[in-house]
Design a protein around this ligand. Structure first.
Ligand SMILES: *Cc1c(COP(=O)(O)O)cnc(C)c1O
Length: 402
């Protein structure tokens, strides 16, 4: 017997983020006193009544039929994120791209338009640039992080505005509150990819955002062992997205959902450490003679530092820096890192480094990269939770050799 899960709304406003990370959503103590949510590795569930037709198409909350529709282990992780983001409802997907594409298709139809920042995650950019227009959905990219300029692109056909903040790899910020109030005035929904900040450092729903999207592959799961995505929003919006998830099928499986729930229990703890490590690494890099420029929202030299302090509760674990000596120097440094791994992706407990010129922005071409401000000697660092002294020493020894 599955006892229906209800998020404890009574205490929700009072609980801290670490308590929510550990407890909320979990189905603990509901099955033989288990402290952890069991892995319901089952594609299907026995009908709880003799006559499924009596539901008239609406399956009651907490009743499970088939795991493409919903599954208790997956539901537990969805409720954990909904609590952390302060949203009514969440849905889990088999990847971040699954969450983004399914959500966009739930809100947009042929003839509609959406407005997006130009500085987007590569996969999202390609989806918006190449796939949505094939379905008759127009996308206007605006090369700005000014809320006003972005919202000027909204016209009568525009249904939604799409944001990322901080951006990859330049870590620019957009004023989320200001964007929401301008977009709402024009009747548009606002969606944001909150992967880099996580709800520990940025909670866009109370700022007015309709749907928050995540590549849970990154910080939420946090251990570089799962591909997953999440979307959070109102019950009404998520009901639409749920319909689309059922049909498009990019749903998360119970086993990775269990791993994600396990990872998310330490989210607050990990994020604080990512943040304090990144501050130290950023300060070290900014004062290093072989570093041309260091970009980190926590540095007073960052153009959006004041906005970051206002809008976020921490600056996060991503640091981007430009080597003096360009591409060759950066490639040489990268080769010599001993603790920091050379890899794509981010947000795991281990530090990872990559060069946008060779990875995320390889297809942009030299001119477009220059326009965006992505230098050939740029290194993007996902600062892990190792001892900060060891990370600085790893950077130092690599630079000594070039
Ligand atoms: C990785 C990433 C995605 C895509 O997520 P997947 O889980 O790889 O599908 C989307 N947005 C951002 C900001 C990302 O870093």
């Amino acid at each position: 017997m599955i006892i229906p899960l209800t998020v404890d709304s009574l205490a929700i406003e009072m609980k801290g983020l670490s308590t929510r990370s550990v407890h909320d959503g979990d189905l603990s103590m509901r099955f033989e006193g288990a402290i952890n949510t069991p892995i319901f590795q089952s594609s299907t569930f026995a009908f709880p009544t003799e006559d499924p037709r009596s539901w008239e198409g609406e399956v009651p909350e907490g009743t499970y039929i088939y795991s493409r529709y919903s599954n208790p282990t997956v539901h537990a992780v969805e409720n954990k994120l909904a609590s952390l983001e302060g949203g009514e409802s969440a849905l889990a997907f088999s990847s971040g791209m699954g969450a983004i594409s399914t959500t966009l298709l739930a809100f947009l139809k042929k003839g509609d338009k959406m407005v997006a920042m130009e500085d987007l995650y590569g996969g999202t950019y390609a989806l918006l640039k190449n796939e949505l227009p094939r379905m008759g959905i127009d996308v206007e990219f605006v090369p700005t992080t000014s809320a006003e300029k972005l919202c000027q692109a909204i016209d009568g056909r525009t249904k939604l505005v799409y944001l990322e903040s901080p951006t990859n790899p330049l870590l620019k910020l957009i004023d989320v509150r200001e964007t929401c109030s301008m977009a709402k005035e024009k009747g548009c929904k606002v969606l944001i990819d909150n992967t880099f900040a996580t709800p520990i450092f940025q909670r866009p729903i109370p700022m007015g955002v309709d749907v928050v999207l995540h590549s849970a592959t990154k910080y939420l799961n946090g251990h570089s062992d799962v591909i997953a995505g999440l979307a959070v929003g109102s019950k009404e919006d998520m009901a639409l997205v749920h319909q689309k998830r059922k049909l498009l099928g990019a749903v998360l499986d119970p086993l990775p959902a269990y791993l994600m729930g396990r990872g998310m229990r330490t989210l607050e703890l990990r994020m604080r450490r990512h943040d304090s490590n990144a501050r130290k690494v950023a300060e070290f890099l900014e004062s290093h003679p072989q570093v041309e420029k260091c970009i980190y929202p926590g540095l007073p030299s960052h153009p959006d530092h004041a906005l970051a302090k206002r809008q976020m509760d921490g600056f996060g674990g991503m640091v981007t820096f430009e080597m003096k000596g360009g591409r060759k120097a950066a490639e040489n440094a990268l080769k010599r890192f001993q603790i920091i791994a050379k890899a794509a992706s981010l947000g795991g407990v281990e530090s990872l480094a990559s060069m946008p010129v060779n990875t995320s922005h390889v297809l942009f071409g030299k001119e477009a990269r220059k326009k965006l401000g992505i230098g050939d000697g740029m290194i993007r660092l996902s600062v892990g939770i190792e001892d900060p002294e060891d990370l600085c020493e790893d950077l130092e020894q690599a630079m000594r050799q070039i």
